[in-house]
Design a protein. Structure first.
Lengths: 281, 417, 164
């Protein structure tokens, strides 16, 4: 009996003094059963995602301000909606806008909000480049990168769930949790960046998304090559939150080859882009 | 009248047979009730899996791998068992039925920092056994006259509960450890009433009850090892230690020749030596996860030999179980399992008397689960059957063959949030 | 012994059942984009077998990189995986509905064009100090973004390569 209590003590001590071991459900993904896979999205989840995305979008607009230039807004929306027609999330209404800043970047908020900075547009030379950037951001939304990371979903309304909540006790009010999640989403966009595999998925997605919509997916490569030369304050956030350009360019080229895309047969719309840029002040 | 004298009197009446307190519930088997929703469907082959709250019972190290942030599960089960003793009195068989409806498991797992904490309640043994039979005469007796009728009413309730906290954590990337410290409580109540009406007008009557309460604790130490991708090996080690055991009993007996019944009151409670001894329990299990919709697991559970002259010696036992789980799709899963539940009693010796029965049991279990986003509901059941030998008549060397069959149905729910 | 035979039979049938189930796995996908071209090979250069419209059910028989192998009118075809998903397409969701509590909240907040995130959350003064002006919320701008629409006709013309 004494031996048993010593054992108990040792075990507790061992567990408390453990090195930085992380919860390993993620380390051993093969343990995961299909039932634990992200459940099918419900209509309520979509609504919750949009509600969340609006909050993030309002913060982005609060930070940079909207670039109010109707012809340019229209052009960006036309390019965006051309891509959105080939989105795999028809439940979302995509919104496109330009942020009034010389910083070079683009942002996506869950629920379909896509923002491109004026600084980024200034660096572009054809429509396929703009399409590439929009498609990349669309990839973050369609891949639900923020939604999955922060577990944004509607609260379950079933009786069993209600009972379980009652037993489990909701310590954190839903409202605080929501605001905290918005804070975290902003951190992702401005400080920590998406997970590396999410960026890769968005880049790969951009290639396919552009190709199916008829845009040359190499536009994104050209854009990257150009902005990788630009150093300084305008790309500070972008550089901090994204993987190195060389690696991304290689990956994009590989994706184009793998999907056997004939870039020459696809459109860059250089003239139409130039025409649209004239409206810019 | 002392207890010993009372027993002698009982032995004289040759159809007085019930060795009360011996035939109780199922202390002759270690694997009486399967615990947990997934685990039950998989025949209890769960030591190598253990990644949900029922892991707290099988192998607490496994809860490190629970996927929900906070998980709870509860199981409600209905049990039905029938035992048939053949040729007990003049070619007549004895039949005992047991039923039970109970919440058999509740568990909750909560992560806290690098550790996972759990709390669970389990009922590894519970029975409500019943026998109401009247045998018509003439039946031979040693009382100078054959009996016109013999009536027996037997009721036995035996419940074991385990309740307690658990802690688990990862030691290295491929090794985790956990501990569950259960409080153990067992209560057993047996009531026996027998009435013999003799042909000459005399009668003999006996009424007796015995109540036992055991308190103790059961530490379960578990390890979970991942030697290779998709393979998980679990080991857990446990034993029940009793720190308090009390017995209360009372008996009333009317001899065929006596005018009034005689109270027979044996000493209340028991000396410290009456504390039951339990075996060490070693579980070794392997779980193989070939895909996200298929899981196969196998367990071997070994119980050591126990030498306990007061409560009966127990032989060592090895039980085996194999289980599998298959997801038809994201929301439906089927499970199946087979298991053994071997008797822990020695082989019956035809030259001795008052021996415990030995029935080796085999079982099969199945369940179906429906998963909605955070909840799952499981419906399942099991069948157990086996045959063996018993010596149900007190003071007799006669050995009867016994058939045992049982089934169980359960409904459970779990929730992750 | 009889029980043992039953036991063995049960094991065998269990295993057979599982193998049978495992073999029959096949996944259904639904086209989500307005239309999806079905190619004869996993390549944009490959010939086009046909065009499936939104909501079309496709049975997947494998995957090849960014392409999903599907059976299409008895033939093996390939469709870009980004155009499909496992559940049927959902109806479009919009946030702005009459009586929507959140929207009303948004309107109320708009009292001053910019609201700080901290104030919206009702945080204590300390927390508010911690947050900088970067946490302002611009609901006015958001509504302008949300209300901006382009007509289908304009979009169609644009997608066909027309001028702005």
């Amino acid at each position: 009996m004494r031996r048993a209590s010593v054992l108990v003590f040792l075990l507790v001590l061992m567990s408390v003094a453990m090195p930085d071991a992380v919860m390993s459900a993620d380390d051993q993904p093969w343990r995961q059963r299909v039932s634990a896979a992200p459940p099918e999205m419900t209509s309520d989840d979509v609504t919750e995602e949009i509600r969340f995305g609006r909050e993030v979008a309002a913060r982005l607009l609060g930070r940079y301000g909207l670039y109010a230039n109707d012809p340019l807004t229209k052009y960006v929306n036309l390019v965006g909606q051309s891509l959105a027609a080939y989105s795999n999330r028809p439940e979302l209404k995509y919104h496109f806008a330009v942020l009034n800043t010389s910083e070079i970047n683009a942002y996506a908020a869950p629920g379909g909000y896509i923002f491109i900075t004026k600084g980024a547009i200034d660096k572009m030379q054809d429509e396929s480049e703009l399409a590439g950037v929009i498609a990349h951001e669309m990839g973050h939304i369609n891949g639900k990168h923020v939604v999955k990371e922060l577990d944004i979903k509607a609260t379950e309304g079933s009786a069993a769930a209600g009972l379980a909540r009652l037993i489990g006790g909701g310590t954190e009010s839903a409202r605080i949790a929501f605001s905290k999640a918005v804070d975290k989403a902003m951190d992702t966009l401005f400080t920590t960046g998406y997970k590396r595999e999410d960026e890769i998925e968005a880049d790969k997605g951009s290639v396919m998304q552009c190709a199916v919509a008829g845009y040359d997916p190499a536009g994104l490569i050209r854009y990257f090559e150009r902005i990788s030369a630009a150093k300084g304050k305008s790309t500070e956030v972008l550089d901090k939150t994204h993987p190195a350009y060389d690696a991304r360019i290689i990956l994009l080229k590989d994706s184009i080859t793998a999907a056997a895309i004939d870039t020459a047969a696809l459109k860059t719309y250089k003239e139409r882009f130039a025409e649209a840029m004239k409206t810019k002040k | 009248m002392s207890f010993r004298k009372f027993s002698a009197a009982m032995a004289m009446v040759f159809i007085l047979m019930v060795m009360t307190g011996v035939s109780t519930a199922d202390e002759f088997h270690y694997n009486n009730l399967l615990i947990g929703d997934r685990a039950t469907g998989m025949g209890g082959a769960y030591t190598g899996v253990s990644d949900d709250p029922s892991g707290l019972y099988y192998n607490p190290a496994g809860i490190v791998y629970t996927t929900g942030r906070n998980l709870s599960a509860s199981v409600n089960a209905y049990y039905n068992t029938k035992k048939e003793y053949k040729n007990v009195i003049g070619g007549n068989g004895w039949e005992r039925k047991a039923t039970s409806l109970l919440p058999n498991f509740f568990g909750i797992v909560q992560p806290l920092g690098k550790l996972k904490f759990g709390f669970s309640y389990a009922v590894p043994d519970s029975i409500k056994e019943d026998q109401d039979q009247t045998f018509a005469g003439p039946l031979p007796t040693a009382l100078g006259s054959p009996a016109n009728s013999y009536t027996i009413n037997f009721n036995n309730e035996d419940n074991t509960t385990l309740i307690g906290p658990s802690i688990a954590g990862e030691l290295t990337n491929s090794l985790s450890a956990g501990l569950t410290l259960y409080l153990y409580h067992r209560s057993n109540q047996t009531i026996l009433n027998q009435f013999i009406m003799l042909q000459d007008g005399r009668y003999e009557w006996q009424n007796q009850y015995i109540e036992k309460v055991e308190r103790g604790y059961k530490p379960v130490l578990g390890l979970m090892f991942t030697p290779a991708e998709k393979l998980s090996i679990g080991v857990s080690f446990a034993r029940i230690f009793i720190y308090n055991s009390s017995t209360t009993s009372q008996a009333t007996f009317k001899d065929a020749d006596a005018a009034t019944p005689d109270d027979v009151t044996p000493p209340t409670g028991g000396p410290p030596s009456e504390k039951r001894k339990y075996p060490y329990e070693l579980r070794i299990g392997a779980g193989y996860f070939p895909s996200s919709s298929l899981l196969v697991s196998a367990d071997a559970v070994y119980y050591t030999k126990v030498s306990d002259p007061v409560n009966g010696d127990r032989v060592d036992v090895l039980n085996l179980a194999i289980g599998t789980e298959y997801f038809l799709n994201k929301s439906w899963a089927l499970r199946g399992g087979i298991f053994s539940d071997m008797a822990n009693t020695p082989e019956l010796d035809p030259t001795r008397t008052n021996q415990d029965e030995k029935i080796d049991l085999y079982g099969v279990s199945m369940s179906i689960s429906n998963f909605s986003r955070n909840t799952s509901i499981t419906l399942g059941g099991s069948l157990t059957m086996g045959s063996g030998k018993a010596q149900i008549l007190g003071g007799s060397t006669e050995i009867q063959s016994v058939d045992q069959a049982g089934w169980m149905m359960f409904l459970s729910s779990s929730y992750a949030y | 012994m009889n029980t043992k035979r039953i036991f063995v039979n049960l094991v065998i049938s269990l295993v057979v059942c599982l193998i049978a189930l495992q073999a029959s796995a096949q996944e259904t996908y639904y086209v989500q984009s307005v239309k999806a071209k079905v190619h004869s090979a996993p390549s944009f250069k490959a010939s086009v077998l046909g065009e499936a419209s939104r909501g079309t059910r496709l049975n997947s028989i494998g995957r090849s990189g960014s392409w999903l192998k599907v059976s299409y009118y008895g033939k093996d075809g390939y469709v870009a995986a980004i155009l499909v998903s496992v559940s049927p397409p959902m109806a479009k969701h919009t946030m702005i509905k009459a009586g929507d509590a959140d929207f009303q909240q948004g309107v109320r907040r708009r009292a001053s064009t910019y609201t700080s995130a901290a104030a919206a959350r009702g945080l204590a003064a300390d927390d508010r100090r911690r947050l900088s002006g970067e946490d302002r919320l611009d609901y006015d701008g958001l509504e302008r973004v949300e209300k901006y629409t382009i007509s289908d006709a304009e979009l169609t013309k644009f997608m066909e390569g027309g001028k702005i």
